[in-house]
Write a protein that binds this ligand. Structure first.
Ligand SMILES: Cc1cc2nc3c(=O)[nH]c(=O)nc-3n(C[C@H](O)[C@H](O)[C@H](O)COP(=O)(O)OP(=O)(O)OC[C@H]3O[C@@H](n4cnc5c(N)ncnc54)[C@H](O)[C@@H]3O)c2cc1C
Length: 509
């Protein structure tokens, strides 16, 4: 018996049944619930959430200045207008989500403090049995559902990724990862060293710079940043015309998506011109004498990693004012008072912040089994980056890395609702994504093509992720402009989703 199945056996409570169980009350899970409610109103559903509150990423990250790095017109839901500044603080995003929960009366549909530990599918019953630990009581609670909608994100919330550097234990001050920011960390008048130069470092540094004695960004290699005003000119203009917010939201979303498509295309077709524009923008803030080549000119083409938007050029302004500085070098060792670099330079600090990224996690560290067999997602092939070969009645929301995450969460939600209706119309209770006979030996590649997009957290854990094949539906292009047409048009009867009834499964066993 698999571990997941054994846990199911041990669970004591009588299972509560729902048509759909959603795991995670972050932006994806709350959005999924709203779509399900409006498109499949007859389906019962429940959201299981580990934390004591909704919000996911926007609740668990509490470091100074935490904010989005893409605009909220596209990171927000298509059904709920965004009326604030395009780049938003975590608090503003949580307020927006709170309104969505209230408007859709979702509060009673969320069970907080429930950590899903295992999920096991029975073909005979066409049911998932989901075992969750209730954190408050330590009890094990069991649920069953016909469809499992995994909205648990893609990284471990409890702990970020910190590389092992020599001598770390020698450093006498605190070493802090932004994902686990101590509430009482006092950095006033202190020298702070931030290791890393991604969106998190770019957020933290301007937010802390005024209070620290000095703050230094130490990077092994440079990142592209796109400075710009934190306002949307088109939205401001449309508001002057007194248009309904629903219209403004839709028009501005379309314009942003149009502009982003141009940038994405240019990053492939004329990367040098795009790069030159980004560097010119940086120079405008940093001045003619700043060594842009060394500190802000990456070796990769723009868009191979998320392009961090810096509102009002705040990171560059901090550096130009002398409150912050940037060093491009590698760490040789930590010392009791800072770090020594490979160049021999020593950076002294009172506090070190490791803005070194996520620890990617596949499907919430949940033990999965199908008919008593443990599932290893690394051995599955993805169906449009939504379903997985051999895994019945399940979808995982893995959003966009370049476009806003939520654009994909919305597309997946539409697909799930379409598929559920399709199954009801056919009178079937299950589907299993299955490679067709001539696809059994199809060459397989990584879940995300590293030539297309290559952030460190993905490269470190790609071997744990599902695979993709050579042609649709077994591919995951990570491209909104392809998928906005491909996913709604995906043929549910092309033979890759093998449908069945409970009775058929019982007869076969
Ligand atoms: C600081 C920061 C800024 C970001 N900015 C952007 C941005 O501007 N644009 C963008 O597109 N992306 C951004 N991202 C990426 C971001 O994580 C996603 O866009 C998005 O918030 C993910 O939402 P989600 O609901 O899918 O997952 P999450 O936000 O990770 O939420 C998942 C939820 O599932 C719960 N959960 C997980 N496992 C279990 C389990 N086993 N049992 C029960 N519950 C579980 C978690 O507690 C959590 O509440 C950012 C990430 C960070 C950290």
């Amino acid at each position: 018996m698999s571990q997941a199945a054994a846990k199911t056996d041990l669970a004591q409570s009588t299972p509560e049944h729902f048509d759909v169980l959603i795991v995670g009350a972050g932006i994806s899970g709350i959005g999924g619930a709203c779509h399900l409610q409006s498109q499949c109103p007859e389906k019962s559903f429940l959201i299981l959430e580990n934390q004591d509150q909704f919000g996911g990423t926007w609740r668990t990250h509490t470091y100074p200045g935490v904010r989005s790095d893409s605009d909220l017109y596209t990171f927000g839901y298509r059904f709920k207008p965004w009326t604030g500044k395009p780049i938003a603080t975590a608090d503003a995003i949580l307020e927006y989500m709170e309104e969505v929960i209230a408007e859709h009366d979702l509060d009673s549909r969320i069970r907080y403090g429930h950590v899903v530990r295992s999920a096991s599918f029975s073909s005979e019953e066409a049911l998932w049995t989901v075992v969750a630990e209730h954190k408050g009581s330590g009890e094990t609670r069991t649920f069953t559902c016909s469809f499992l909608w995994m909205c648990q994100g893609y990284y471990r919330h409890a702990k970020g990724y910190t590389p092992e550097w020599p001598g770390m234990d020698r450093f006498e001050g605190p070493i802090v990862h932004p994902q686990t920011w101590p509430e009482d960390l006092d950095y006033k008048g202190k020298r702070v060293l931030v290791i890393g130069s991604g969106a998190t470092a770019a957020t933290l540094i301007p937010a802390m710079a005024d209070d620290c004695a000095h703050i230094t960004m130490l990077q092994r290699s440079p990142t592209y940043f796109a400075p710009g005003e934190n306002r949307n000119e088109l939205a401001d203009m449309l508001r002057e015309l007194d248009l309904p917010e629903e219209w403004i939201h839709e028009i501005v979303r379309r314009k942003i998506l149009f502009d982003m498509q141009v940038v994405t295309r240019r990053s492939f077709e004329e990367p040098e011109a795009l790069k030159a524009e980004l560097l010119t923008a940086a120079r405008a803030y940093l001045g003619p004498d700043f060594d842009i080549d060394k500190h802000f000119t990456p070796s990769y083409r723009p868009w191979r990693q998320r392009l961090a938007f810096i509102p009002d050029g705040d990171l560059f302004k901090g550096i130009a004012s002398g409150k912050a500085s940037v060093v491009t070098d590698e760490i040789d060792t930590f010392t009791s008072r800072g770090v020594r670099l490979k160049s021999g330079e020593v950076l002294e600090a009172d506090i070190i912040v490791t803005a070194t990224g996520f620890d990617l996690c596949v499907l919430g560290d949940i033990e999965f089994a199908v008919d008593g067999e443990d599932l290893d997602f690394a051995r599955t092939v993805t169906w449009h980056g939504i379903h997985y070969s051999g895994v019945p009645n399940m979808a995982w929301v893995f959003g966009y890395l370049r476009t806003s995450w939520t654009m994909r969460a919305d597309l997946i939600a539409d697909h799930v609702c379409r598929l559920l209706k399709h199954m009801d119309a056919k009178g079937v209770q299950q589907f299993v994504p299955t490679l067709r006979p001539d696809e059994q030996d199809m060459p397989l590649g990584p879940f995300v093509d590293k030539e297309n997009f290559n952030p460190g957290y993905l490269l470190r854990s790609m071997h744990l992720m599902p695979k993709q094949g050579t042609h649709a539906p077994w591919t995951f292009p990570q491209d909104y402009y392809v998928e906005k047409d491909a996913i709604p048009a995906a043929d549910l009867e092309d033979g890759t989703l093998v449908y069945g009834t409970r009775q058929q499964a019982r007869r076969a066993s």
